[in-house]
Ligand binder design. Structure first.
Ligand SMILES: Nc1ncnc2c1ncn2[C@@H]1O[C@H](COP(=O)(O)OP(=O)(O)OP(=O)(O)O)[C@@H](O)[C@H]1O
Ligand SMILES: [Mg+2]
Length: 178
């Protein structure tokens, strides 16, 4: 199974649908790291993710709280690393990363070095007014990791694949630099 894919989203609803597919398939301990500039569509994707997890609360960027816990099929820990130093992020939310719920981080590129593996990394980039290029990849656990990490990695691969098949996603050139 491929460990990464690239696609184009032609509309916010498709980005949201991708989030929903991922949300239905995520397992406890999953971490989804979202990168991409202002307005790239990170929160839009989280909105779909919440729907896929059966979360009823409305989704807003947790910029001022840095983390919101949203109960659903699994609790979603929604982080925003825009202003957070890694220390704050981990102090406030470290225990929720790789816990019993699932975690999603906006502006993950800012705290990447401190994020646990395995995880799914999803980057959104502007392409046109309504179009975004999405790159999704599995970041593997290091060799020799605990069996639990291997199991999680396997589940994340399946989630990745399921996301790739989201109706409405358009093809994009293969990833050249992983
Ligand atoms: N294909 C698309 N996918 C996602 N959003 C899109 C798309 N096309 C247009 N948009 C619009 O782009 C905006 C994305 O805003 P959103 O809040 O999701 O971005 P963000 O990456 O979370 O930004 P911020 O960095 O400010 O948190 C929305 O207004 C959305 O409607
Ligand atoms: Mg946002």
């Amino acid at each position: 199974m491929a460990r990464e894919w690239r696609a184009r989203s032609p509309a916010p609803a498709v980005t949201e649908a991708l989030g929903e597919e991922l949300g239905r398939a995520l397992v406890p301990g999953a971490l989804l790291a979202l990168s991409g500039e202002l307005g790239a569509g990170k929160t839009t994707l989280v909105r779909g993710l919440a729907r896929g997890l059966g979360i009823e609360e409305s989704i807003v960027s947790p910029t001022f709280t840095r983390m919101r816990a949203l109960p659903g099929r699994l609790t979603l820990y929604h982080f925003d690393a825009w202003r957070a130093g890694s220390e704050e992020l981990l102090a406030e939310g470290g225990e929720f990363l790789a816990g019993a719920g699932v975690a999603v981080i906006e502006w993950a590129e800012r705290v990447e070095r401190w994020l646990p593996c395995p995880r799914l990394a999803l980057t959104l980039a502007h392409h046109a007014l309504e179009e975004r290029v999405l790159s999704c990849a599995l970041v593997s656990a290091p060799p020799g990791s605990a069996p639990g990490a291997r199991l999680l990695e396997h589940a994340l691969l399946e989630t990745l694949e399921r996301g790739r098949r989201t109706p409405g996603l358009l093809s994009a050139s293969p990833v050249s630099d992983p």
